[in-house]
Design a protein around this ligand. Structure first.
Ligand SMILES: [Zn+2]
Length: 277
């Protein structure tokens, strides 16, 4: 799949270019999926005047700057969010390519990283983690498991490194991800008599578990909870000044999952190292 002798630089440049093009599609997903619209039809058009966007006005990141952040037809301002999402996806893909080098381990991760971008913004905009993203992600995680070295538990452990071992780790990860959240939601409901999170979080964790395994679920939930608490505490304490809005937990889970995908194993190794022998 990867041509032999591919230079590291070519690999990273390729990831940046394709990542930005895919990022352009992610913008479409972020806008349309929560609205229940098709992501393929019709083609991209200006949200203000409806003019279809010409291919040469649809170059990721660059077009927005060329056109001065405005629609070429009606001059309506186009949100800098669009080039930002394109650049963000390109950056995440390059990061994965740099972290894991040319080859399948990095490629397996790309759809996962892009899905986290979409989920972050749909949760931010609408408090929605759409089934149309989370469920295919879980299925894809299981389907790609045989090529996903992040699911290897370690030398000599439970068929680590074999196809069966990886499939088992993906299933276990998905089950733990879902189960952990189910338990949290249930506890919250019993203790505080209110909904902790939407079902979207549970389904999102299926995919996180299937891609990152048990360890990835633990680091994702840990990071999201720590950062979530650090942000939520001052936010809720100052709510009387800015009015309160429920904090979308997916916006903490998504970046936590990205960090876990890239450095989760190192985090666990470092943590275990801290424990007395
Ligand atoms: Zn327009």
């Amino acid at each position: 799949m990867i041509p032999a002798g591919l230079l590291h630089v070519e690999w990273l440049v390729g990831l940046a270019v394709v990542g930005a093009v895919v990022g352009s599609f992610l913008n479409v997903c972020i806008w349309r999926i929560p609205r229940g619209e098709s992501v393929v039809r019709p083609g991209s058009r200006c949200p203000a005047c409806g003019t279809p966007i010409r291919p040469w006005h649809n170059v990721p990141v660059l077009s927005w700057f060329w056109l001065g952040g405005k629609c070429a037809a009606c001059g309506t301002r186009i949100s800098p969010r669009y080039p930002f999402v394109e650049a963000l996806n390109a950056a995440l893909w390059v990061l994965a390519g740099w972290r894991f080098g040319p080859g399948l381990p990095a490629l397996v991760l790309l759809p996962f990283l892009s899905a986290m971008v979409v989920l972050f913004f749909t949760d931010w905009d609408h408090m929605i983690l759409p089934d149309r993203v989370t469920l295919p992600l879980a299925v894809l995680g299981l389907a790609l498991a045989p090529w996903n070295p992040r699911l290897d538990l370690g030398p000599g452990l439970l068929g680590s490194g074999t196809v069966t071992g990886r499939l088992a780790a993906a299933l276990l990860g998905a089950a733990v991800g879902w189960g952990l959240f189910f338990f949290l939601v249930l506890t919250w409901r019993v203790l505080f008599d209110r909904e902790a999170m939407g079902g979207g979080d549970l389904k999102m964790m299926l995919g996180v578990g299937a891609f990152l395994g048990f360890g990835g679920v633990v680091t994702t939930v840990f990071l999201a909870s720590v950062v979530g608490t650090l942000v939520a505490a001052p936010y809720l304490l100052t709510a009387r000044w800015h009015g309160t809005r429920e904090l979308p937990f997916g916006c903490f889970l998504a970046p936590a999952a990205v960090i876990s995908a890239l450095w989760g194993r190192e985090m666990i190794a470092w943590y275990l190292h801290l424990l007395p022998a």
